[in-house]
Ligand binder design. Sequence first.
Ligand code: NAD
Length: 293
Amino acid sequence: MKTQLIDGKAFAKNMTQKIAQEVKELQQHHNITPGLAVILVGNDPASEVYVRNKTKQTHQVGMRSFMHLLPETTTQEEILNLIARLNNDPDIHGILVQLPLPKGLNPNTIIQAIIPHKDVDGLTAYNTGKLALGHKDGFIPCTPLGCLMLLKSERSRLQGLHAVVIGASNLMGKPMAQLLLQEGCTVTVAHIHTRDPEKIAQEADILIVATGCSELVKGSWIKEGATIIDVGINRIKTKDNKTKLIGDVAFQEAFGKAAKITPVPGGVGPVTIACLLYNTLQAARNVRNLNKI
Ligand code: NAD
């Protein structure tokens, strides 16, 4: 079988061009410039890279970016005070707390302190509940939203397909399963305690993998003609002592078996950032009760 690459980079570029146009129109017609506040606590190198990328792209689409780089010693109370200020600041439409947080801080308490209409990462109980109920006016977490957009661009009809999601985190696997259910897929969620995930994966028309385990999914796990979305980002050492990024799917083994697959890097990653900008734009549009674009 000829395997086709799903080009997340090109998809994200197209999306951000449309977002930039919408930002211009929002400024011209409503005098609003979307503003995104990002809170990064500590010096996790991967998080620093993600945050830098997000900030750069926020500026590129014409939005305002408010960076809060806090030392590892920051207390929970200081972070909660900052979030309370951002919640009340009319220039800020979206608030994102970069995870993971340093030990000693409670991510749950911190995330839930974000006011739901600025929760552009879609992680508060309010927005999680909206998604579970199928309400369209909440914020959906950026990575599963991006995966669904990619899937919809590649497959004209999702209804009735068997989708297997491997990984069940609040950030990715659980909201992904909700979204696929709403599209009419039959959804199976596998996780660390699942017995024989290989057998379950073999049934998948759509296979979405978000575990953080390098190349967990081998060629033998894949149904001929499946569409695969590889969410994993794993940094590994190469023989020449350099590092490279690989996914949760053994890419070479999937090639020739899957009909379509996202590469790592250049698949889900860029679309996740585009979805963050999309949610931030929507948060700003909500100020004037403007519909979703
Ligand atoms: P997480 O650690 O919160 O959750 C991992 C999930 O995978 C858990 O539900 C766990 O039960 C399951 N799991 C772990 N090992 C497993 C195994 N051997 N077999 C079956 N299930 C297993 O991680 P997360 O935040 O959901 O992220 C998962 C991966 O996706 C990571 O590699 C992360 O870097 C990546 N990620 C990428 C993006 C992106 O934009 N591309 C965004 C978020 C996360």
